[in-house]
Design a protein around this ligand. Structure first.
Ligand code: HEM
Ligand code: SF4
Length: 555
């Protein structure tokens, strides 16, 4: 992973001291609320329903075990013993004392972490594939390019005050695990006819109030032009994006208003001025970025006969481990290794939450079994990417001892859920009670396995922090005269076949959400042909049969 040099470290340390002074002046009454508000948001500090909320940046979701231990320490010392991983692979702390935030930031700076640009109308954390570098179907590791973008976009003076926040995702595999089509810019690595690898550039995707799938404006961008082209897009947006209406300020609205062709023309025109200038990436610069993401020292003997036999034994004798292996581990590029997913969706716990002791446990496992690194996913889980097959049983046992081994990855209870009304001041409805309800209703794992891959996402308001538009089953909390109701949509996807779900019909009361999901799943079971997934059935039969079952009047 990228290591700060002295310049980076000094910059982050100085920012902490600057914020310490700003906080001190605010608490003494020397700095008015509105001025402090702008300054705290530049450091990822929101004021939420319960307390301040601090959003800490996790660049492209990659964490060292030292960083993970520091997050555990922060949760234990300054918060209520837990943190919340988000769909942008960052971590949020919900209960810090305002006066302690400078100390938290100082602690984070010791391990090269900060909260800069985790809020505000700037370029946010660039996200990517959590299996980058180890995925089987990958053209190239996208993380060096994320790092290049991070360095270019961090504290970029021209793009510090855009019309609205700006999110970039990069993916290097044929399978899109970074939801790149619902980002302001999605960069997909592609190979041209000459065998060169570059980027297809998509612009204007996004969720929230106006969900839109990104449009491709360039089929192939050579790597050396990555930054100059992004710069051109950002310039056009900065100049032409609306600033008069917050709800129409995202780049997706500009792209829709101009049309992708006109938008592309403007970008290309801007690009023509800068394309061969100082932003051009040299081979040496790309190589430098790549040097931070070299392959770990894989054990050439990992696939030995003993390891294989002991894994086989454990799989044969322990059915719980067997289930975890089948659902929470994936094939690895290197023989003898597997990718292990740590489910942050234990039974009746808030999806994405993790306690301090769980963070310590994951850090220990990363050190012992996965080269000291962990990844956060936009599905609000964690990943140990490089576990030897022979170590999987030990890893599983340690995860199980820490309530982190629920074998539900990809199933209905592996939900993405925003914190909703319990924590978020923008919420219309509670979400965590509904995820509990769904967990209680669907607690038979065999039934969940039989239903197969189903993505259920739930947001507490139209801002769509939990990506409900792009779920197989999307749930949106709405407020009706002070009561919580839930609108359900079906058939969305955030993968390479990205599409927005269709709203089923009128919303259902809080008490009926799990029951409604049950009816939807019953239609799927009735309709499915051999091996057909939920998503395939919805695509084939449309939402009508689901609508009929859900809204059928009782006889
Ligand atoms: C509790 C504090 C939070 C606040 C105040 C907040 C605020 C917002 C707002 C205002 C939007 C709409 C932006 C727009 O349409 O321009 C939004 C969207 C979004 N937020 Fe949050 N959010 C919070 C927590 C979260 C959490 C917990 C997650 C992840 C679980 C998250 C991830 C996202 C994502 C992915 C979007 C998607 C829409 C898009 O950018 O296209 N946010 N948030
Ligand atoms: S979707 Fe709404 S309720 Fe949920 S975290 Fe985002 S802003 Fe808050």
């Amino acid at each position: 992973m990228y290591q700060y040099n002295q310049i980076d470290q000094t910059l982050v340390d100085e920012r902490v001291e600057q914020f310490r002074d700003q906080t001190r002046r605010f608490l003494k009454g020397e700095l008015p609320e509105d001025e402090f508000s702008a300054l705290r948001l530049m450091n990822g500090l929101y004021i939420q329903r319960q307390a301040p909320m601090l959003r800490v940046a996790v660049p492209y979701g990659l964490l060292s075990s030292t960083q993970m231990r520091k997050l555990a320490h922060v949760a234990r010392t300054y918060d209520r013993g837990y943190g919340h991983f988000t769909t942008r692979t960052n971590i949020q702390f919900n209960w810090p004392e305002l006066a302690a935030v400078p100390d938290i930031l100082a602690e984070l700076a010791q391990v090269q972490m900060h909260a800069i640009q985790t809020s505000g109308n700037c370029i946010r954390n660039t996200t990517t594939d959590p299996y980058a570098g180890v995925a089987e179907n990958e053209l190239e590791d996208p993380r060096p390019y994320c790092e290049i973008i991070r360095q270019w976009s961090t504290l970029h003076p021209e793009f510090a005050y855009l019309p609205r926040k700006f999110k970039i995702a990069v993916t290097g595999a044929t399978e899109d695990r970074a939801a790149s089509q619902v980002h302001d810019i999605g960069l997909q690595m592609v190979q041209n006819a000459d065998g060169e690898i570059g980027f297809e550039v998509l612009v204007g995707g996004g969720l929230g109030r106006t969900p839109i799938i990104g449009k491709s404006i360039r089929k192939f961008l050579p790597k050396q032009h990555l930054l100059s082209y992004l710069d051109a897009i950002l310039r056009v947006y900065n100049l032409k994006g609306r600033r008069d209406n917050k709800y129409k300020a995202r780049i997706k609205i500009l792209v829709e208003a101009l049309g992708p062709d006109e938008f592309r023309r403007l970008v290309e025109e801007e690009w023509a001025h800068i394309r061969d200038g100082e932003l051009t990436l040299t081979d040496a610069e790309i190589a430098r970025a790549k040097s931070f993401f070299t392959l770990p020292d894989y054990d050439a003997n990992a696939a030995n006969a003993d390891a294989h036999a002991s894994l086989g034994d454990s799989l044969a004798t322990d059915i719980e481990f067997n289930a975890w292996y089948r659902h929470n581990t994936l094939a690895h590029r290197v023989d003898g290794y597997r990718i292990a997913i740590v489910s942050l969706k234990p039974y009746l716990e808030a999806p994405g939450d993790i306690t301090d002791s769980q963070m310590d446990a994951v850090a220990d496992l990363a050190d012992r079994y996965s080269f000291g690194e962990t990844r956060a996913t936009h599905h609000q889980n964690l990943v140990l990417t490089d576990v030897r097959e022979g170590d999987l049983y030990a890893v599983w046992q340690a995860l199980a001892a820490n309530n982190l081994a629920r074998s539900n990855i990809g199933t209905l209870t592996d939900m993405i859920v925003c914190p909703g009304f319990d924590f978020c001041s923008l919420a219309n409805a509670r979400t965590l009670n509904i995820s509990d309800q769904i967990n209680e209703h669907f607690d038979d794992m065999d039934h969940l396995y039989d239903l197969g891959e189903i993505r259920l996402n739930m947001s507490g308001c139209i801002n769509a922090c939990a990506h409900h538009h792009v779920a197989d089953i999307g749930i949106l909390g709405v407020d009706k005269k002070g009561e919580d109701w839930y609108q359900i949509s079906l058939g969305g996807s955030s993968k390479e076949d990205a599409r927005l779900g269709k709203i089923l019909g009128r919303s259902v009361p809080a008490s009926d959400v799990a029951l409604t999901v049950e009816k939807i799943l019953a239609v799927y079971v009735d309709q499915r042909r051999e091996n057909e997934s939920f998503a395939q059935v919805v695509l084939r039969v449309g939402i009508k049969p689901f609508k009929e079952r859900v809204y059928a009047t009782a006889h």
